[in-house]
Unconditional design. Structure first.
Length: 366
């Protein structure tokens, strides 16, 4: 069994998405490989970890990173043949980073959103469908396999008229909520500008707008596996309630004081990403900030004005321009549902001092 297949089976096992045949395959693998047993224990420990462990993991990561860099982990197709000297440090890195990084394994390099391959889906170009939404518009899509997708405003989804290959692949620009129909034999894969998401579970949200400074995916239930275009050999496996933020630049640029983040890359290694948890608005209910748009709510918590302006542009169908860049750093918390753009801006003025002027569909902040 290859390591790619093992990671997939282990993730399905931990998220309770594994079939009986896959369960037998996994148990046979664990019974015959001490290397895979150690790897499964590391993944299990991560899966069971609580949110309070994130900070400790981050500190551990920083302490051992320099040691890890001094040792080379050789590519292996069979984990049981790795030397005992290297194995503990390699898996400690995985546990400390709270992600699963498969180093040196061959992995299929998924194409980017702008250049989908026909061979990936086994379809001719004429059989692809395109669905786009305008500002202030949402759309519900039912795929032929039973997967349900809710497309947010100013988003587009490219998908085949029917799935005929070994995988079910779609291409997203913008934001969408996916409720994927289970089919263990045909993995569901979403390609975005910065990341590729392989579905091992069911419900999750993906946001990847071209003009946003970051992309993110939020897992509600099940399991998903994410790879980055410029680092296809790395895998990040999310468990329920986790959110992955992908951004160009250093990790420090995306950290927030209230989040418990785990660094997963060095500043000079390309696309940066951090693992955190989603924002549950109230402990006793199921309202999650990252998916509140599906309930026709624009909810923001300690969000800077620049990022909030991007969301308001899509929400209200306007363009927002700042005269002073310092105003972009203002931070706001609130909820909009039926408020007009004027009412929304008036409410923000109660927190920070600024003026605005609206001309046609343009909003000027000064």
């Amino acid at each position: 069994m290859g390591n790619d297949r093992f990671i997939e089976l282990a993730s399905k096992k931990l998220s309770n998405e594994i079939s009986s045949d896959e369960e037998k395959e996994l148990q046979h693998c664990l019974a015959n490989s001490s290397g895979y047993r150690i790897q499964f224990e590391a993944l299990s420990a991560y899966w069971k970890s609580s949110d309070t462990e994130y900070a400790d993991n981050a500190l551990a990561f920083q302490k051992i990173k320099s040691k890890i860099k001094s040792q080379e982990v050789a590519p292996e197709n069979h984990p049981e043949t790795r030397t005992l000297k290297k194995r503990p440090l390699f898996y400690l890195w995985r546990a400390a980073a709270a992600v699963v990084l498969v180093a040196g394994c061959s992995y299929f390099f998924y194409s980017k959103l702008s250049t989908p391959t026909n061979s990936a889906a086994g379809l001719k170009p004429s059989t692809w469908q395109n669905k786009s939404t305008f500002v202030r518009e949402k759309s519900a899509i039912l795929l032929t396999d039973g997967t349900r997708i809710t497309l947010n405003s100013k988003s587009s989804l490219r998908y085949p008229a029917s799935f005929t290959g070994k995988t079910r692949e779609v291409y997203l620009s913008g934001e969408a909520f996916f409720d994927v129909h289970k089919d263990h034999d045909h993995p569901f894969i979403i390609h975005t500008e910065k990341m590729n998401i392989k579905v091992l579970g069911t419900s999750f949200n993906v946001k990847s707008y071209p003009n946003d400074s970051s992309s993110e995916t939020t897992l509600i239930k099940g399991a998903i596996e994410v790879t980055l275009d410029d680092r296809p050999s790395d895998r990040i496996i999310l468990k329920p309630s986790e959110k992955l933020i992908v951004k160009k630049g250093t990790i420090a640029n995306v950290q927030k004081k209230q989040d418990k983040l785990v660094p997963a890359a060095d500043a000079d290694s390309g696309t940066q990403y951090v693992l955190t948890s989603f924002t549950r608005l109230h402990p006793d209910d199921n309202v999650v900030l990252e998916t509140s748009w599906t309930q026709n709510k624009l909810i923001f918590r300690d969000e800077n004005f620049a990022d909030l302006a991007n969301r308001m542009e899509r929400w209200y169908g306007v363009s927002i321009q700042f005269k002073n860049d310092d105003m972009k750093k203002y931070r706001f918390t609130g909820t909009y549902q039926k408020e007009s753009i004027n009412e929304a801006l008036d409410a923000l003025q109660l927190t920070e001092k600024f003026h605005y002027k609206i001309k046609d569909s343009a909003v000027y902040i000064y």
